[in-house]
Design a protein. Structure first.
Length: 251
């Protein structure tokens, strides 16, 4: 359910004594603890998913030259790939994907020392991605999958033929065809022999867990204060602009 507008969220809001507030807060705390335990259980179930061996050879363009999927791991055995939408119609990155990517560098200060490599992979051309990364000030790595089947095979991009049919498979279900790319996240593991396995992928709101700003907002009375999902989000260098470019996926 979408958040209400700030005005309706505040109108006629109950104001009670400290004792009544404390009783209500303790009731909510019970549910928060239940949610925490549920999230822990789901995370454990995610870790126990079976794996699929990656037998296809994928080659990516990176600032350091061409690299295979196995080489994207660097020295680590775990790889998180964020499927970054390049807005070919706007010649820049998706604002929603950029919002999520604003959260990566802080976490990556720790992840890269904990056997995890995080990288964004996009079908955008390498030179365009390099310019956009510089504009956004991001430090975490990126790679272009242009000319590769990678983004198509892992459910974040759709061929012209798929879109022409009117339906595409996204987030493990059939949906009406829309943009050629949508956001997602895929996880891989590399064993000591160098074999790569696909362990997990998630799409749509599955990446929301990585957006720390949402967690801050969810603590506040107004919440996310949106009438459509992420309708307020801009690229971080656009908040002072007089006009905003079209949002993620054309919203």
């Amino acid at each position: 359910m979408l958040e209400q507008t700030s005005q309706s969220a505040r109108a006629d809001h109950p104001v009670v004594s400290r004792e009544e507030w404390l009783a209500a807060r303790k009731r909510l705390l019970t549910r928060e603890k239940q949610l925490t335990r549920t999230l822990d259980a789901v995370a454990a179930e995610r870790r126990h998913l079976p794996w699929v061996a990656v037998d296809k050879r994928y080659v990516f363009d990176t600032p350091e030259g061409q690299r295979t999927l196995a080489e994207l791991f660097g020295r680590n055995s775990q790889l998180i790939v964020y499927h970054f939408m390049w807005r070919f119609d706007l010649d820049q990155g998706c604002d929603g994907c950029s919002f999520l990517c604003d959260h990566i560098d802080g976490a990556n200060q720790h992840l890269k020392h904990h056997d995890v490599t995080v990288i964004a992979v996009s079908r955008g051309p390498l030179d365009k991605l390099a310019g956009y990364w510089s504009r956004m000030g991001w430090k975490f790595p990126f790679a272009s999958s242009a000319g590769s089947d990678f983004s198509f095979d892992y459910g974040a991009s759709f061929t012209d033929a798929q879109r022409a049919s009117g339906r595409v498979t996204y987030n493990y279900e059939s949906i009406a065809a829309g943009p050629p790319d949508l956001p997602g996240l895929s996880v891989f593991y590399k064993d000591e022999a160098g074999r790569v396995f696909h362990t997990y992928s998630t799409y749509a709101r599955g990446g929301d867990i990585l957006i720390g700003a949402h967690n801050f907002l969810d603590l506040t009375p107004k919440g996310r204060n949106e009438t459509a999902i992420m309708d307020w989000v801009k690229r971080h260098d656009e908040y002072e602009a007089d006009t905003a470019s079209p949002g993620c996926c054309g919203t």
